[in-house]
Write a protein that binds this ligand. Structure first.
Ligand code: GAR
Length: 206
């Protein structure tokens, strides 16, 4: 059975676009039913519209009183949701939503978690810190989302080596390439039912 996916994105949406590309190439048994964004002007929204994917713009300006994100949850509940993918989504998901969709929300993070995770570490901020600390390696992590920032169970992680000549922009580009690779792999494991949970521990079927 095809998995029904909802993607959350705030910006360029290259991870979102990559998932759509893999679906079009029949490399994922899935469909994306909805794109949620906090930013009505972002490229991810444009891309969703061009691809006839429904969009929902959700932010505190439009819904100032929705502190637990109940309106967002109600909106999601109108769809069949097997999996939620955070793809460059820069807002926190409420406990209400995380609990409702337990073990069904994945995030891609541009570092080797737990390094450079947590509030304040996102997007270029991560790569700037890696550069400043002259790290010799970086990478990306696909993990399930729990109630805190970037602390949920890790599904996949891939490391890259950095050259001394690297700057934060070249690091970002290299990391983004492997994000696309491992996010696809993670989503593929989910869509082929190869992810299992035993006493709260994540198990990946060979
Ligand atoms: C990606 O590097 C993603 O890992 C990062 O934002 C970028 C979005 O790129 N996400 C985070 O930092 C989340 N904490 P994209 O819009 O091109 O997919």
């Amino acid at each position: 059975m095809k998995k029904s996916i909802v993607v959350f994105a705030s910006g360029t949406g290259s991870n979102f676009k990559n998932i759509i590309k893999k679906i079009k190439l029949h490399r994922l048994n899935a469909q994306v039913n909805l794109l949620v964004s906090n930013n009505s002007n972002c490229k991810a929204i444009d891309f969703a519209k061009r691809n006839n994917i429904e969009t929902f713009v959700y932010n505190s300006k439009i819904y100032p009183n929705d502190l637990n994100q109940d309106i967002l949850l109600q909106n999601l509940n109108q769809y069949k949701v097997d999996l939620i993918l955070l793809a460059g989504y820069m807002k926190k998901i409420s406990k209400t939503i995380v609990r409702f969709y337990k073990n069904k929300i994945l995030n891609i993070h541009p570092s080797l978690l737990p390094k450079y995770g947590g509030k304040g570490f996102y997007g270029m901020k991560v790569h700037e810190a890696v550069y400043k600390n002259q790290d010799k390696k970086s990478g990306a992590t696909v993990h399930f989302v729990d109630e805190n920032y970037d602390t949920g169970p890790i599904l996949l992680q891939k490391e890259i080596s950095l050259l001394p000549s690297e700057n934060s922009l070249t690091i970002a580009k290299k990391v983004l390439d492997i994000e696309h690779e491992i996010y696809f792999q993670g989503v593929s494991l989910f869509c082929s039912d190869k992810i299992h949970w035993k006493k709260g521990k994540l198990l990946i079927e060979e």
